[in-house]
Design a protein around this ligand. Structure first.
Ligand SMILES: [Zn+2]
Length: 448
């Protein structure tokens, strides 16, 4: 038996020395750039405009010569021939077997074609994630999610099957029916967004009189879609509500499933460095950051994806490298605290940089407050103004004064800002089913 065979999905790649991993990434990077250059008009033109050819990449440092791709560029070339993908498609249309698209919350959606080989690659990359989080062939995984045109959970479903788990698709059932089915089948694991994980626990208690931690058998939850599982206080809430371990993972339609938490839970996410090249770029100078502790945006390359390659894609996700190796023994580098925000969401309020996840971390650390909250940034005259709306749980309604004082202190300590606090009656703030929109910057809608 190979050493670590029971611990890692791919013991050879996941424990490969860093210099060998870099060499592997460079070989794969050259190959995918050549592939994109040879098969896509879009990439060939992009590289020609930057005055480069694939042969110019000789060392790791040369990678920075390859121009970055923005989401808007993909949007512009699509809905044209070969319809509907346009000039970035690298295979004949008949080779495309999967269609997905981005959610389009920030503009027109981008279409994502995949070949069967790409689809195998998706489930393989999800197997790294799930195996690292303790999923085994003895698990019965319930997926309480309505699969559709978005890639979410499709690849988790196929990876579960590939690993020999039993997969129960909880698609069109409503929340109550999903909970009852999980109970009936004694499901051991599930996958959902943090908002839904908390929402389901709430519904189980309120509508069914069930305590998920006692009456269900879920021992691990794989989260996606929102940063909550990497925010310690939100993770703790989910783990307490379900009596289960909660693990984070990150991925995107255009990139792939590139990062995951392991059972050692070092306080961050491994990057699958065998499948992806992740670069962290200084937002202001564009310099590639290789040292730990400095935040920047992630520039992503999927090293093996063929239909519509993802080469130096500007993900707008913000993260930093961790300094220490992870105790799990994987040599894949990890990002500390996960993805801490989006370049688009991190905003300056009264001259201070504010990431919405910092507010979530504070609010969710108060057991007297419910899971819901809302943040509204606006301008009063020339001055920025932030309102934070929270709800006291019914058992804490008479502790408002004391909670308010502690909340003001914690918020100032963690975010360096003062807030107008509004206490709302329990269950009156908007509830979100899958992904929450709790942060509203009205300064932008006013045309700033
Ligand atoms: Zn680890």
């Amino acid at each position: 038996m190979i050493e670590g065979a029971d611990k890692y999905w791919n013991p050879i790649l996941e424990t490969m020395p860093q210099e060998k991993l870099r060499a592997l990434q460079l070989i794969k990077f050259k190959k995918i750039v050549q592939w994109a250059y040879d098969h896509s008009k879009f990439h060939r033109q992009l590289y020609a405009e930057a005055g480069m050819e694939p042969g110019d990449i000789k060392t790791f440092e040369d990678i920075a010569k390859v121009p970055e791709v923005e989401k808007a560029m993909m949007r512009d070339i699509q809905r044209k021939d070969p319809f509907p993908y346009g000039d970035a498609l690298c295979v004949p249309l008949e080779k495309v077997t999967e269609f997905h698209q981005t959610s389009g919350t920030t503009g027109q959606p981008v279409y994502q074609p995949d070949t069967w080989q790409d689809w195998e690659w998706w489930s393989e990359s999800w197997s790294y994630i799930m195996y690292a989080q303790g999923f085994r062939d003895t698990d019965r995984i319930f997926i309480p999610f309505g699969y559709n045109i978005f890639v979410a959970y499709w690849a988790g479903h196929y990876a579960g099957e590939k690993m020999g788990c039993e997969v129960v698709p909880g698609g069109v059932l409503d929340t109550k029916a999903r909970i009852l089915k999980m109970q009936e089948l004694e499901a051991t694991a599930m996958m959902a967004t943090p908002t839904y994980v908390l929402g389901m626990a709430d519904a189980a208690r309120r509508d069914l009189g069930l305590d998920p931690a006692k009456d269900l058998h879920i021992s691990k939850i794989l989260c996606a879609g929102e940063p909550g599982a990497s925010i310690p206080s939100t993770k703790k809430r989910m783990e307490k509500a379900w009596g289960a371990k909660v693990y984070d993972h990150v991925g995107a339609t255009e990139i792939g499933a590139w990062g995951y938490e392991c059972t050692a839970q070092p306080g961050g996410l491994h990057v699958n460095e065998a499948f992806f090249l992740v670069e962290i770029e200084d937002i202001e100078t564009g310099e590639i950051i290789t040292e730990p502790g400095r935040r920047g945006k992630l520039i992503m390359t999927a090293l093996d994806r063929e239909a519509q390659p993802c080469v130096r894609f500007d993900s707008k996700d913000i993260a930093e490298w961790a300094a220490e190796p992870c105790p799990c023994g994987r040599t894949f580098r990890w990002i500390k605290g996960g993805v801490v925000g989006r370049a688009d969401d991190i905003t300056k309020v009264k001259g201070v940089l504010l990431a919405p996840s910092a507010i979530e971390e504070v609010v969710r650390s108060f057991s007297e407050l419910s899971d819901e909250f809302e943040v509204i940034v606006d301008k009063k005259g020339d001055v920025d103004d932030i309102t934070l709306k929270v709800e006291l749980v019914p058992e804490a309604v008479d502790q408002r004064g004391e909670v308010e004082a502690r909340l003001v202190d914690q918020l100032r300590l963690k975010t360096n800002l003062r807030y107008n606090l509004e206490f709302h009656e329990y269950n009156t703030l908007p509830r979100y089913l899958v992904k929450a929109r709790r942060f509203k910057d009205l300064r932008r809608t006013h045309g700033e």
